[in-house]
Design a protein. Structure first.
Length: 289
């Protein structure tokens, strides 16, 4: 492979980021056994309100960063931006023989909204005799932007003032009502019962980097999450395979729901493509006994 550095090109249209995946771009994230000898020295995802453009729009800065102590064979960071529960942007960068990755972009937004970004930081380490290991981390950030005609533009991550708490409740209620209806419809379509699963909205997956799934240890959960991102990248981030060899972009689709079987046997990821077709990714959890 050529030693290349590819930074995703994006087009900004209001609050929507259109993603163009180049044919040279790596289409696979591959899980390998963890390399316990290496670790990230820093990883971060950050959302920040910049400026008000006019009465109807504003700018959000979206930054991703990760660093290892030394270069490894392959580094890759993938970040997904959801606005009020819909996927509005993807940042994706990979480099060979690199230790640090930096991605920055500016998103145009409008109206009061809840911004959430989750990032999967990944590294592939090659050793002699075809030994390959991996390293991973997840980071998350959120930002509430209040764009009211009755007050100056403002933003917050954690509500402090009374009006911020009221806006958080209002925006979360509207988002959760929409997403719960969407997820319930998906579960009904596949005849699944909520009592059988741990339900994880995709942006909340980062909470399990130090916590375990049902019946699994933290180390086993970390492996399953690495394999989960492998499937998400192939079947959601880089395009949603559909019938008739058609592939849909995930932009503007509602957030997937991750269902972890309480018995520890499998994981489902449910979502719809832009045509309304239902999709279910199925991941078997390895037998760790």
């Amino acid at each position: 492979m050529k030693n290349i550095s590819y930074v995703l090109l994006i087009t900004l249209i209001l609050s929507i980021i259109i993603v163009n995946f180049d044919s040279k771009e790596q289409k696979v994230i591959k899980y390998f056994p963890f390399d316990e000898s290496k670790e990230f020295t820093e990883t971060s995802t950050n959302l920040k309100l910049l400026t008000e453009m006019d009465e109807d729009s504003y700018k959000i800065q979206w930054d991703i960063y990760s660093q290892l102590t030394e270069p490894v064979y392959l580094r890759q960071d993938i970040s997904l931006l959801f606005v009020d529960g819909k996927l509005k942007g993807i940042l994706n960068q990979w480099k060979e023989e690199a230790n640090a990755l930096t991605q920055k972009t500016v998103v145009n937004g409008e109206d009061s909204s809840h911004y959430e970004a989750i990032t999967f930081h990944h590294g592939e380490v090659h050793y002699p005799d075809d030994v390959i290991k991996s390293i991973q981390d997840m980071t998350y950030d959120e930002l509430y932007v209040i764009d009211s005609p009755h007050a100056p533009l403002e933003s917050f991550k954690e509500p402090v003032e009374k009006n911020e708490k009221e806006w958080e409740q209002t925006l979360d209620h509207a988002k959760n009502q929409t997403l719960n209806y969407y997820w319930n419809e998906l579960m009904n379509y596949y005849d699944l019962s909520a009592k059988d699963f741990l339900e994880i909205p995709l942006v909340n997956l980062w909470k399990y980097k130090n916590n375990s799934f049902p019946t699994l240890t933290n180390e086993q959960t970390r492996q399953v999450i690495g394999q989960l991102w492998e499937g998400l990248y192939k079947n959601y981030v880089t395009g949603i395979p559909s019938h008739n060899d058609h592939e849909f972009k995930a932009i503007n689709t509602y957030m997937p729901i991750i269902l972890v079987d309480h018995k520890g046997e499998f994981i489902f990821v449910l979502f719809k493509d832009p045509s309304g077709q239902h999709h279910r990714l199925i991941q078997r959890i390895p037998d760790f006994s």
